[in-house]
Ligand binder design. Structure first.
Ligand SMILES: Nc1ncnc2c1ncn2[C@@H]1O[C@H](COP(=O)(O)OP(=O)(O)OP(=O)(O)O)[C@@H](O)[C@H]1O
Length: 644
């Protein structure tokens, strides 16, 4: 026979105003008893029951189950002994509403490590015992209140060692149903089950063999115990046994995973909305990656097409759009027309031009009283305009070359001098010498200061001012610029190629790589943001869900689940939601990618390995999103969660 012995037990709830809920309780209950604990509201009945059933630890005093002191057990050990000894029935039933009746009854045995087939057998027998045969596969929320309480009693019968603690088990039921539940409890008691019941109802208390009145945290009236020893040998409510110090039952990961799957499936709506959140993130990520690859392929194709066309045409007709420009800047004068001719002979060079930078010169309008302006004087050979990519507005047709008395004038200088319309063929004086303005250079980003310069022929510039720097502008075939840029200084000055500064536009292949890299970086950032958003939304949704289900978790803890079992269950559920979301996201992502690429007339590029990766990504999002909820769920204390 097992005895439950409380000696001088106190329970104080801490806080700014601590509550002394139990003030030195001495009590012995023997297995086989039917004990009713009654008392006014807030007298300490539930606290006493919680301490007795190991849902809570006393603040002071001794609690012995047989000879073992269980008052100071840690949370883990308390949960284990609780699961071994007690079955619980609560006022609010605390069933998993959307799961089947038999799933509910089996739950406690799951945490006791009972094999699945034995669980099923015992659960069906217990349902029969409480008068609910044939309801096993109905959903718990389809039953009446009285039936649901019977399910809860069946669940209590299947765990522990034949001790049922019931806190206001008829509190939510009408009086007729209450009587049937009470009769059931008496029947179970007659068959050997120990019943400890908290109630407000005098009717219930009147029929009890032993009544305890709790007042202000103390037991006020307590008739002597009436121990019973007869048991009928039901396999699910065996004779009470004292808790042993054996190792906790091992609950396999598969069992928890199955329970999580059943739990997720029982709440399809909620699981669906959680999975949809994950799916959006995964779909976005997959589409982004797919669009990224397709766009890169598209950019690359266009680059390659340009490149091929340019090379094909460049030998015959220099293509100013696609050909590349090499500027060779000699630091000392000395490069000449011959140098240009030498470079033009290089493979890949279409044509070139020489530009000299001479000392500055004063420019004035003839006969006007306006002050002269200082201008950069430049000399150029005939192909300078296409070679240096100057934008020129011509007076009349573009000439093949400037005449000795013609100049080009920079746009800024033109505005400063206020030359008037080009069609009037204006004239300017350089050092008093008249020149006809043949065109205005509105821009030329490769030639510095060109808009503040006057450009004459190389020979005329040389007669007027000394040249300090010479530059050669080369137009090359597409793709040849890099090669030409390397060769040009060597060809001109084999001994000192470093005396040239060579500038070359970016190589198309490099440019392509840069663009691809940029596209990839932007899209990867977007992907990361999408995934992060999923994790954040799942974290908050899962945490909310844990708070909503705190009574369910409290009940699971009461009937033997360890905190880690609850944490693992939540984690499993989150991973499952993640996997479902990942799969849905993969399908959506592929469809979105197809739609986008078809609409853009691109070739869709999707690495097939991304599809399983998307599902795995969903699981990863689920795991990350479940961490906070899992931690939160582990902290749920059964005594607090079940207080309703
Ligand atoms: N977790 C808690 N934190 C702080 N105070 C608590 C807590 N649980 C119970 N109490 C307080 O302890 C006292 C006893 O509470 P208890 O629930 O045991 O009373 P009861 O007799 O079961 O009341 P009722 O019949 O109304 O449920 C009350 O004053 C209650 O407010």
């Amino acid at each position: 026979m097992t005895t439950f012995r409380l000696v001088g037990v106190h329970k104080t709830y801490p806080g700014t105003q601590p509550v002394h809920a139990l003030r030195g309780v001495d009590l012995v209950i023997s297995s086989g008893e039917f004990v009713v604990i009654e008392g006014a509201s807030a007298s300490g009945k539930s606290t006493l029951l919680n301490v007795l059933a190991l849902l809570d630890a006393p603040t002071a005093g001794q609690y012995l189950i047989d000879d073992r002191d269980v008052a100071a057990l840690d949370e883990r050990e308390r949960a284990r002994v609780r699961g071994q000894v007690f079955g619980f029935v609560f006022q609010g039933f605390h069933l998993m509403d959307r799961r089947t009746v038999v799933d509910n009854v089996e739950l406690g045995m799951l945490y006791a490590g009972v094999p699945a087939d034995v669980r099923r057998h015992r659960a069906l027998a217990a349902l029969e015992r409480v008068g609910l045969p044939g309801t096993a596969h109905r959903r718990a929320n389809e039953l009446s209140g009285g039936q649901r309480q019977r399910v809860a009693i069946a669940r209590a019968l299947c765990v522990g060692s034949g001790v049922i603690v019931a806190d206001e088990p008829t509190g939510n039921l009408d009086s007729a149903t209450s009587r049937t539940i009470l009769e059931l409890l008496h029947e179970l008691h007659a068959a050997g089950t120990t019943v400890v019941l908290v109630t407000h109802s005098a009717e219930i208390a009147n029929g009890a063999p032993r009544r305890l009145l709790v007042r202000d945290g103390r037991i006020a009236v307590g008739p002597p115990a009436v121990p019973r020893t007869a048991f009928d040998g039901e396999d699910f409510a065996s004779a009470p046994v004292a808790p042993t110090a054996t190792r906790p039952a091992r609950v396999s990961s598969l069992t928890i995973a199955r329970d999580a799957a059943a739990s997720v499936l029982s709440r399809r709506g909620r699981a669906g909305s959680l999975a949809a959140g994950v799916a959006v993130g995964v779909a976005l990520a997959l589409t982004t990656i797919g669009v990224s690859a397709s766009a890169q392929a598209q950019v690359s194709e266009r680059f390659d097409a340009q490149l091929n066309r340019a090379v094909a045409l460049s030998r015959e007709v220099p293509n100013p759009e696609s050909g590349a420009l090499v500027v060779v800047d000699g630091t000392t004068p000395g490069v000449s027309r011959e140098s240009v001719a030498t470079l033009e002979a290089l493979p890949g060079v279409d044509f070139g031009a020489l530009l000299t930078r001479n000392d500055s010169v004063s420019v004035a309008l003839p006969g006007a009283g306006s002050p002269p302006a200082d201008a950069f004087l430049m000399g150029a050979t005939e192909d300078i305009v296409p070679a240096a990519q100057l934008d020129v507005r011509w007076a009349g047709d573009a000439p093949t070359a400037l005449a000795e008395d013609e100049i080009l004038i920079g746009g800024v200088l033109n505005a400063q001098l206020d030359l008037g319309p080009l069609s009037a063929r204006p004239q300017v004086l350089l050092d008093g010498r008249p020149f006809a303005v043949r065109g205005i250079v509105s821009s030329g980003i490769r030639v510095t200061n060109v808009t503040q310069a006057v450009i004459t022929t190389v020979d005329v510039a040389a007669t007027m001012r000394t040249a300090s720097v010479d530059e050669i502008y080369l137009r090359t075939a597409a793709g040849a610029a890099g090669q030409v840029a390397r060769q040009a200084p060597l060809v001109l000055r084999p001994q000192s190629p470093e005396s040239f500064t060579v500038s070359v536009p970016p190589d198309p292949a490099t440019l392509r790589g840069q663009i691809e890299g940029d596209v990839r970086t932007i899209l990867l950032v977007l992907t990361a943001v999408a995934v992060l958003a999923s994790v954040v939304s799942l974290t908050s949704a899962m945490t909310m869900s844990v708070l909503e289900r705190s009574q369910e978790f409290g009940m699971r803890r009461a009937i033997g689940a360890q905190a880690r079992h609850i944490g693992a269950l939540v984690m499993c559920e989150a991973s499952l939601v993640g996997a479902i979301g990942g799969a849905a996201g993969a399908v959506t992502g592929v469809l979105a990618l197809l739609l986008i690429t078809i609409a853009r007339r691109w070739t869709p590029v999707l690495d097939l390995v991304h599809i399983p990766l998307a599902v795995a990504g969903g699981v990863a999002v689920g795991v990350l999103g479940g961490v906070a909820a899992s931690v939160r769920s582990r902290r749920i204390q059964p005594s607090e969660a079940l207080r309703s």
